[in-house]
Design a protein around this ligand. Structure first.
Ligand SMILES: Nc1ncnc2c1ncn2[C@@H]1O[C@H](COP(=O)(O)OP(=O)(O)OP(=O)(O)O)[C@@H](O)[C@H]1O
Length: 268
């Protein structure tokens, strides 16, 4: 049996937040979450704003430390952060993430082309002579023109920056890709192109996806399975057909009935 791409068990995260009276309370943002994404599989995580979706992604990628539970990526423990450069590099090759607004993760002085080339230099087994061809191919795959490839982040639109971030993540050829609202904000035609690209890459390479999205249509297109999160807890999980077509929980029915946007709460 092959090792799961991602396996999370009893994962929890508590934040210390101001109580408004000068003290602090503990807020459980993620509460005993358990799921697995098999190798080459794809899982959508859906739920209202503030349900803990991004916090799960941040823990998996090492930006946030878990308060409890365990996580593995390709069978290797991710519960503790690493300071070792070799281990950090390996983790980056295994798992890449694209956030909703990649502005802060892109170097303002670097063109899109240079940003992708940098990742290829670190992670791809290509010679200096082969890299420009690969960069150009990635730019074309995400729908960026030659002119946009040479532009700095400030001269690109939000959607174009998003595509640079996706190209960068794909350049590392990770075994697992997390997309945190990274597809849903794109223009419809570009979104379709990216969804097709991601589906093709998955079919060709077995890259696994964890897709955080308020857009259930995108989740349906890209994911085999879906997990519904509410106030940090798993409400329901199963195949997309099972959960989205015949939800057991009222909360899932309300999620499905509305078309939530970030900040939206069911019933509001
Ligand atoms: N660094 C932090 N400090 C304190 N509370 C936090 C922190 N990060 C997140 N939270 C809280 O944890 C909860 C979960 O937040 P999270 O961003 O994971 O939700 P989300 O489901 O991704 O929401 P959205 O769909 O709006 O992006 C929220 O109540 C949020 O306010």
């Amino acid at each position: 049996m092959s090792v799961d791409a991602v396996s999370v068990s009893g994962l929890s995260k508590t934040f210390r937040v101001p109580d408004g009276k000068g003290g602090h309370i503990r807020h459980m943002a993620v509460d005993q979450v358990t799921f697995a994404v098999e190798a080459g599989g794809s899982l959508g995580i859906v739920g209202e704003s503030g349900s803990g979706k991004t916090t799960i992604a941040r823990m998996l990628v090492g930006l946030e430390r878990a308060s409890g539970g365990s996580m593995t990526v390709l069978g290797r423990d991710r519960s503790t952060p690493t300071r070792r450069a070799v281990e950090r590099n390996r983790r980056a090759r295994e798992l890449q993430i694209v956030f909703q607004d990649p502005y802060t993760s892109l170097d303002p002085s670097q063109s899109a082309r240079a940003a992708v080339d940098e990742v290829l230099r670190h992670h791809a087994k290509l010679t200096a002579g082969q890299r420009p061809t690969r960069t150009a191919a990635l730019m074309e795959q995400v729908g960026l023109t030659e002119r946009q490839a040479d532009a700095r982040p400030r001269d690109l639109s939000g959607g174009q920056r998003q595509r640079v971030a996706i190209a960068r993540a794909l350049a590392a050829e990770p075994r697992v890709l997390i997309l945190d609202e990274a597809v849903s904000a794109l223009d419809v035609s570009i979104q379709a192109q990216i969804v097709n690209l991601l589906a093709d890459i998955r079919a060709a390479t077995g890259m696994a996806y964890l897709l955080i999205s308020h857009d259930l249509a995108v989740v349906r297109q890209l994911c085999d399975a879906v997990l519904v999160l509410r106030r940090g807890k798993v409400v329901e999980q199963g195949s997309c057909g099972q959960v989205l077509d015949a939800p057991v929980e009222d909360y899932t029915r309300r999620l499905r009935a509305a078309v939530p946007v970030p900040g939206w709460r069911p019933g509001s």
